[in-house]
Design a protein around this ligand. Structure first.
Ligand code: HSE
Length: 432
C-alpha cells in the first residue's frame, strides 16, 4: 500500500460535510485498505470559522475556498456547499488545478452538468455525484455502470423525502397540506423555506440528472416539467382512496413516442395501493428503473440526511481515489444518443378529473361529448348528488391513456360549459 496520503479538500462543513469528515476519520484504516493509500483531510472551507466543529483540526479550517482548491497538491475536492455559485467556479478551478471532484450538488449538476463534465474531461479528471440524487441510495452508479449494457426505458420514483413525509401524513391522518407541512417543519424534515421541496424544484433537478444518465442524452432542469404538491387536498386523498390509490410526488423520466425522444416530469400523481411505491412511507425515497433486459428494478432507502448523504459521498471518494492511484478516470458524460426532450403535451397517461356540475338532465352527456371531441376515452364515471339541495353534483371522471395536450384541451372546453361550475382537481394516474 502506498504510504503517501491522497489529499482531500472539503468545501462545506454543514450537515453533510461534518459527516463526511467524521467518517473519513473514524473509518480511516478501512478506507486506506480499500483505496490502497491513506486519505488525509487537507483543508475544510467554511463560511463561519468560529463554529465549533467536533473532530476537525481547527488548523485545517479556512474561509478561503478558492485558495484551498488552487493549492495544487489536492487530489480530490469534495463539494457539499450546494447552490450554483460559488460552487461552479470552485469546481472548475479545482479541475484546472489538478483535482478530481465529488459533489452532492443536484441544482448545479442539473443546470451545468454538461459544461462541468467537459472541464473535467479536458483536464483528465473525475466528476462523481452519487450524493446529488436520493441520498444514500445507489442510483447514479447503477445507471451509469451496472446498466450500461442495457436499455433503460423508464425511471419512476419518489426522490424527495420532505414531500413524501407530508403526503404520507395527509394520507394516514386526513390532515390538510398546511397542517402536514407544519408537522414536517417541527420535526426538522422541512426547511424554514420549503419552496424547493414542495414546489418540486429539488425533485426536478434530480429528474434531470437521472434522465440524462439513463437515456445517454442531455436533459437540463429547464427541460423537466414541474408541478409542486401544495395544491393537493384532503379531498384528493379521499378520491384516491375511493379508487384504491394514494398520492405521491413522482419524478418520471421515460422514452416517448417511438423512442426517438424522452420526457421528464415531476408532479403529484395517484398510484394504486398495490404499487410498491405506494408503501414508501415517511421521508424515504424509492426509484423504479425499467430496462429492456433487467426488467423492473427498485432502489429504496433514506434519500436525505447527513450520514446517508455522506455514505454516497464517501463511496464516490473511494472510487475517485482508486482512479487517481491507477492513473485512470471513471466514466464521464455519456450523451451520445442526443435524444431531444419532448414537451409535456406529448406525455401519455391516465387522468382523474373532479368536476362540480349542475345536477340536471343531459349534463353527463354534455361532459362525455367534450371528452369524445378531444379524443380522450373515459374509463369510469362516478356521480354523487349533493344533499344540500343546491342543484349541483360532483362528477369524477377517470380516463384511459391520453396525451397531456388532449387532456388540457378537454379541461379548457369543460370550463366553458355553463353546466360545469368548476374543475375541482385534475390528477394524473400512474403506475398501472
Ligand atoms: N430536501 C431533500 C428531500 C433532500 O427532502 O429529499 C436533499 O435533496
Amino acid at each position: 500500500m502506498r504510504t503517501r496520503p491522497l489529499k482531500v479538500a472539503l468545501l462545506g462543513c454543514g450537515v453533510v460535510g461534518s459527516e463526511v469528515a467524521r467518517i473519513m476519520t473514524t473509518h480511516a484504516d478501512d478506507l486506506a485498505q480499500r483505496i490502497g493509500a491513506p486519505i488525509e483531510l487537507a483543508g475544510v472551507a467554511v463560511r463561519r470559522p468560529s463554529r465549533v466543529r467536533e473532530g476537525i483540526d481547527p488548523g485545517l479550517v479556512t474561509t478561503d475556498a478558492t485558495a484551498l482548491v488552487k493549492r495544487g497538491d489536492i487530489d480530490v475536492v469534495v463539494e457539499v456547499i450546494g447552490g450554483i455559485e460559488p460552487a461552479r467556479t470552485l469546481i472548475t478551478t479545482a479541475f484546472e488545478h489538478g483535482a478530481s471532484v465529488v459533489s452532492a450538488n443536484k441544482a448545479l449538476l442539473a443546470q451545468d452538468g454538461a459544461a462541468l463534465h467537459a472541464v473535467a474531461e479536458q483536464h483528465g479528471k473525475d466528476l462523481y455525484y452519487e450524493a446529488a440524487v436520493a441520498g444514500a441510495i445507489p442510483l447514479i452508479r447503477p445507471l451509469r455502470e451496472s446498466l450500461a449494457g442495457d436499455k433503460v426505458n423508464r425511471v419512476l420514483g419518489i426522490v424527495n423525502g420532505t414531500t413524501n413525509f407530508i403526503l404520507d401524513k395527509m394520507d394516514s391522518t386526513g390532515a390538510g397540506y398546511q397542517e402536514a407541512l407544519d408537522e414536517a417543519t417541527a420535526l426538522g424534515y422541512a426547511e424554514a423555506d420549503p419552496t424547493a421541496d414542495v414546489e418540486g424544484f429539488d425533485a426536478a433537478a434530480k429528474a434531470a440528472i437521472l434522465a440524462g444518465i439513463a437515456f445517454h442524452s442531455r436533459v437540463r432542469l429547464d427541460d423537466v416539467y414541474r408541478e409542486g404538491m401544495t395544491e393537493v387536498t384532503a379531498a384528493d386523498f379521499a378520491s384516491a382512496k375511493n379508487m384504491g390509490c394514494t398520492i405521491k410526488l413522482l419524478a418520471i423520466c421515460e422514452r416517448a413516442g417511438d423512442g426517438g425522444s424522452v420526457t421528464a416530469r415531476v408532479h403529484p400523481a395517484m398510484i394504486p395501493l398495490t404499487h410498491p411505491l405506494a408503501s414508501v412511507r415517511g421521508a424515504y425515497n424509492a426509484v423504479f428503473v425499467e430496462s429492456d433486459a433487467s426488467g423492473q428494478l427498485m432502489f429504496y432507502g433514506p434519500g436525505a440526511g447527513g450520514a446517508p448523504t455522506a455514505s454516497a459521498v464517501l463511496g464516490d471518494l473511494v472510487a475517485v481515489c482508486r482512479n487517481r492511484l491507477s492513473g485512470a478516470t471513471g466514466p464521464g458524460e455519456s450523451a451520445y444518443a442526443a435524444l431531444p426532450v419532448s414537451p409535456m403535451g406529448d406525455v401519455v397517461t391516465r387522468y382523474h378529473i373532479s368536476l362540480d356540475v349542475a345536477d340536471k338532465p343531459g349534463v353527463l352527456a354534455q361532459v362525455a361529448t367534450v371528452f369524445a371531441e378531444h379524443g380522450v376515452s373515459i374509463d369510469t364515471v362516478r356521480q354523487h348528488g349533493r344533499q344540500d339541495g343546491d342543484g349541483e353534483a360532483s362528477l369524477v371522471v377517470v380516463t384511459h391513456r391520453a396525451s397531456d395536450a388532449s387532456l388540457s384541451g378537454t379541461v379548457e372546453a369543460l370550463r366553458k360549459l355553463d353546466t360545469v361550475r368548476g374543475v375541482a382537481s385534475i390528477m394524473r394516474v400512474e403506475g398501472e
